[in-house]
Design a protein around this ligand. Structure first.
Ligand code: CO
Length: 246
């Protein structure tokens, strides 16, 4: 059973540059950091409200993350759902006919993890993770003008948003929250209709005080829109980010 969005995985060219944004500028705290040789990455997890951000720097040029970086550049890579029993959810996905990347769970930064193939999940690369028993989630992030910073929505492009939402509810057990929106653990996954390539498209973060946040985010190209403050993806390592008022 999937209980929350454990993290969103982002590919960065250099981990230090990703940390300069997410830790130093946005004020998140590192909850775990390691080299995961198996995945060919140096990685860090940073708590952001109900969820976490996972930064991945490829260190093995034959690895999948290096290939992703070479083909698509920096940006959104995968979404990871927490489960108390990764083996059981992997077995369930196999029974329901999902194409898998991992046949058995393996160790990752978030604990015991596995990946489903994006061709079975509306172009979204999905990871399941069971964190180690002693892991603690900070539950708060940001400070000063960015107090209360939290992940609210993950956006994905989809040719048929309603069908994608149906798939994530009926076959992965997430909650339906609208025609093209599902949720788990307080974070929404929203499928935006698009004829372009399917897959993850952006993040919406929330803060306690949007006016103060806008002032603090000026260097990231903050522009005001109907939804909140939109940051320039080229200053955020390829990740389209909107910051909204809670
Ligand atoms: Co991950």
């Amino acid at each position: 059973m999937l209980t929350r969005v454990h993290h969103v995985g982002l590919v960065v060219r250099r981990l230090e540059d990703g940390l300069a944004l997410w830790r130093d500028r946005l004020g998140l705290e590192i909850s775990a950091q390691a080299t995961v040789a198996d995945q060919g990455v140096k990685a860090a997890l940073l708590a952001i409200g109900r969820s976490e951000i996972e930064l991945l720097e490829p260190i093995d040029e034959q690895g999948g993350v290096a290939t992703f970086l070479a083909k698509r550049g920096e940006g959104l890579h995968h979404v990871c759902f927490e489960t108390p029993d990764v083996a059981a959810d992997l077995a369930g996905a196999r029974e329901r006919g999902f194409p898998l990347i991992d046949e058995v769970p393996r160790p990752g930064l978030a604990g015991s993890i596995c990946f489903l193939h994006p061709k079975g999940t509306a172009g979204v690369l999905v990871e399941f993770a069971t964190p180690p028993g002693d892991s603690v989630h900070a539950g708060h992030a940001g400070h000063g003008p960015l107090a209360g910073l939290a992940l609210r929505d993950v956006r994905a492009r989809s040719r048929d948003g309603a069908a994608a939402a149906e798939l994530f509810t009926t076959r992965l057990g997430l909650e339906r929250r609208g025609e093209t929106t599902v949720a788990v653990g307080g974070v929404h996954l929203h499928f935006v209709a698009s004829d372009g390539p399917e897959g993850l498209a952006g993040l919406i973060l929330e803060v306690d005080d949007l006016v103060a946040a806008r002032g603090a985010l000026g260097a990231l190209g903050a522009a005001t829109t109907d939804e909140g403050v939109t940051l320039a993806p080229d200053r955020c390592h390829g990740v389209p980010i909107t910051v909204a008022a809670r």
